[in-house]
Design a protein around this ligand. Structure first.
Ligand code: IVH
Length: 683
């Protein structure tokens, strides 16, 4: 299957991004994103790799666990790799896990599961020879970790000599794996102290444990309250002594090794779900941090039959917790002007930490959402950070209302330029503004132009790298740009005068702007942001009409014949291409010597090719735009209304009336649980 440049670009950007965060997490003990965000990026990587198997690169994070060791400590080679675990985010993922391994098993006797809190610490392996602790190592990249025997030996909880037990004689050599952690209260106390003393403060208990272990001088570790839970076996010299994970845990206990007290046995998958809910309920009260529940097939013979994929065992999965919620107060509500002239209400929150990240804004999407939640200014609310980067308001805590809360009203005009909101709705695309006489910073018109520029440079459009929101803002406020074509006359000195630019970054940006002149015609059409003209429609226009000159000359009757173009889209196109203001902008583009090619690399073999899909409701794992983009990449057509031609309705939570219409028309409805297998054609 041909892999388009865009997919490749996205893929390699993801690989780089994930590898960067791997380094920050494993080597520097200073993560910049939360685990949930990491998991979402990783999920997307796996999706691309399953969709396009040939794309996989050897430095893909899916091929590695952890990261290479940092220098200073001696390398520790693992005889059996220390792997990672696959994740399950909901019951469906658990069911898929069971389906997958059942498919692989040659025999299907009854099987049970060990359900164990997933300790949020650092992985450790302890080597005991004839019952004596001889070596200890971290996970590193799974094959080579760091030798930390000197530090582990200072830990009171780790026995230097195992206790003898006649039921479980210890083998000549055994490698025990577990997790080093710090209790929540110890972490808080120590971090507080470090802060006072001006020492490095850690983001969470896990980074604290990692930072303590990665010390050359054992004095540091010995002064820190490090603890361990042992949870599995590595290399064992001699015949295997154990028939189940439960007996492994019993043996550990009998030898004097600490194990997690909250482990339970489930006799089927349903029971693992109950065990998960139980642990989730206990989570807050536990003295140690956990980030999910590890579910392992209990029988060792079955584990051995299933074996491992390149990064994780096939016999275990980590059921991760949902994104975390937190309570906070809405200080005020502001409205953000979008490219299309629509205002989005945004809640400005009393800053609060959710899942390790401080949140001070949450989107309210639109006024329907404001009404649905009955949100008011000064309300106390629960907020949630799902995989989505933008946090959401989940509910209002009405019991906490004092009466001083203020209902939210959509502004009817811009407080700066005094224009009515309808003006902005009609003003798309917004490709040029007059900064001197019409709009200034803080004005809706200014924001609309800024959003239009963001759309113009975005990945599906002109794909100009290095031009983020902040830079665009600076370019407009410094009056370097007031028309979209001004981008192409920026000079390096202008960029150098802005904060954050140095010789190299300025040159790179100028290069990528200039490179964007060579692009596909459909991207250029899409980048203009004409109302109703999305990516797929732009492709259809480019395919059928061939050149920009042709498109400019096209009339309503011809536009409406283009696949997928209805009356509204056709008249929007005609209004655009007959408007002197826009024609002048196009003329300016022409003078810049754009070279617009007409190749469209569509993924012809996808099972969603030409399928008509509608998305409704709120999705947790993707933003709607993300999902739309993925579906379109797979050749599907995404539209907003359900009709008899619709093939599938993808439905998130709170789906509204579309779901009723779809079931009346007998259209297949895909809910969020089914989404990943739907995308992978794995139903
Ligand atoms: S069993 C082959 N059990 O989670 C991996 N791991 O994300 C089998 N972890 O590397 C590991 N609690 O460091 C297992 N009860 C538990 C665990 C656990 C935490 C860690 C472990 C592993 C990582 C995978």
């Amino acid at each position: 299957m041909a892999i388009s440049q865009k997919v490749k670009k996205e893929y390699f950007a993801l690989v780089a991004e994930l590898n960067k965060h791997n380094d920050l997490y494993h080597k520097k003990d200073s993560p910049e994103i939360s685990d949930q965000e990491y998991d979402q990026l990783f999920k997307r990587l796996l999706l691309l790799e399953s969709e396009f198997p040939n794309i996989k690169t050897t430095n893909s994070p899916s091929e590695r666990v952890g990261s290479e060791p940092v220098s200073g400590l001696k390398p520790f080679n693992h005889q059996i790799p220390m792997l990672s675990l696959d994740n399950a985010f909901d019951d469906k993922d658990l069911e898929d896990f069971e389906k997958r391994f059942l498919n692989k098993l040659k025999r299907k006797e009854s099987y049970s599961y060990s359900c164990e809190p997933k300790i949020d610490g650092i992985a450790i392996c302890l080597v005991y020879q004839d019952g004596i602790l001889t070596r200890a190592g971290t996970r590193g990249d799974g094959n080579t970790g760091e030798e930390v025997t000197h530090n582990v030996k200072t830990m009171k909880e780790v026995p230097i000599q195992l206790k003898k037990n006649k039921d479980f004689p210890f083998p000549k050599e055994i490698e025990i794996r577990g997790e080093i952690y710090v209790e929540k209260k110890d972490f808080l106390n120590l971090n507080e102290r470090f802060k006072k003393e001006g020492q490095k403060v850690f983001a969470n208990p896990r980074n604290f444990a990692a930072g303590s272990m990665r010390q050359l001088n054992p004095k540091v570790a010995s002064a820190r309250p490090l603890k361990v839970f042992c949870h599995s076996l590595g290399y064992v010299d001699g015949n295997t002594l154990f028939d189940s994970q439960s007996s492994v845990i019993k043996a550990f206990q009998s030898w004097g090794l600490p194990t997690c007290p909250e482990i339970s046995l489930a006799s089927n998958l349903e029971e693992t779900k109950k065990a998960f809910s139980k642990i989730a309920r206990q989570r807050e009260k536990l003295v140690y941090e956990i980030d999910g529940v590890v579910i392992k097939i209990n029988e060792i013979a079955l584990q051995q039959e299933l074996g491992f994929s390149s990064r994780a065992p096939r016999w275990a999965i980590a059921r991760k917790f949902e994104a975390e919620q937190a309570e906070t107060k809405i200080n005020s509500i502001s409205f953000q002007m979008g490219r299309t002239g629509a205002l989005t209400p945004v809640a400005n929150l009393e800053p609060v930490e959710v899942g390790g990240v401080t949140i001070s804004n949450a989107t309210l999407h639109n006024m329907d959402e404001v009404e649905r939640l009955d949100v008011r200014e000064r309300d106390y609310v629960f907020i949630k950070r799902a995989g989505d980067v933008i946090p959401k308001i989940v509910s209002v805590i009405k019991e906490k209302r004092s009466g001083s809360e203020k209902k939210i009203k959509l502004p009817s005009f811009c407080s700066v330029c005094k224009r009515e909101i309808s003006y902005f709705e009609e003003n798309i695309p917004c490709l040029k503004i007059s900064l001197e006489s019409e709009f200034s910073e803080g004005c809706y018109g200014y924001d609309q132009f800024k959003e239009s520029l963001k759309h113009f440079v975005s990945r599906n459009a002109m794909d100009i790298e290095g031009l983020g929101s902040k830079t665009i803002d600076a370019l407009i406020s410094n009056k370097f740009i007031s028309s979209i074509t001004d981008l192409y006359s920026l000079d390096i000195n202008q960029l150098l005068s802005l904060e954050g630019f140095a010789e190299k970054s300025a040159k790179n940006l100028i290069d990528s702007i200039s490179k964007s002149k060579e692009t596909e015609l459909y991207r250029f059409i899409y980048s203009l942001g004409i109302k109703e003209i999305g990516l797929q429609t732009s492709k259809n226009i480019a395919k059928e009409l061939g050149t920009l000159e042709n498109i400019i000359k096209t009339n309503y009757e011809r536009f409406i014949q283009v696949e997928d173009i209805g009356e509204v889209a056709a008249s929007n196109l005609v209004s655009f291409f007959t408007n002197q203001k826009y024609l002048q902008i196009l003329e300016n583009f022409k003078n810049l010597n754009f070279n617009l090619s007409n190749e469209i690399s569509n993924n012809q073999e996808s099972h969603l090719q030409n399928k008509k899909i509608v998305i409704t409701g709120t999705l947790n794992s993707f933003s709607r735009n993300e999902l739309k983009e993925i579906l379109e990449k797979m050749g599907a057509k995404v539209s907003s209304a359900v009709s008899k031609n619709t093939d599938y309705l993808i439905s998130g939570s709170d789906p509204g009336s579309k779901i009723k219409k779809a079931s009346e028309l007998n259209i297949q409805i895909i809910d969020e649980d089914e989404l990943s297998s739907f995308l992978q054609n794995d139903q």
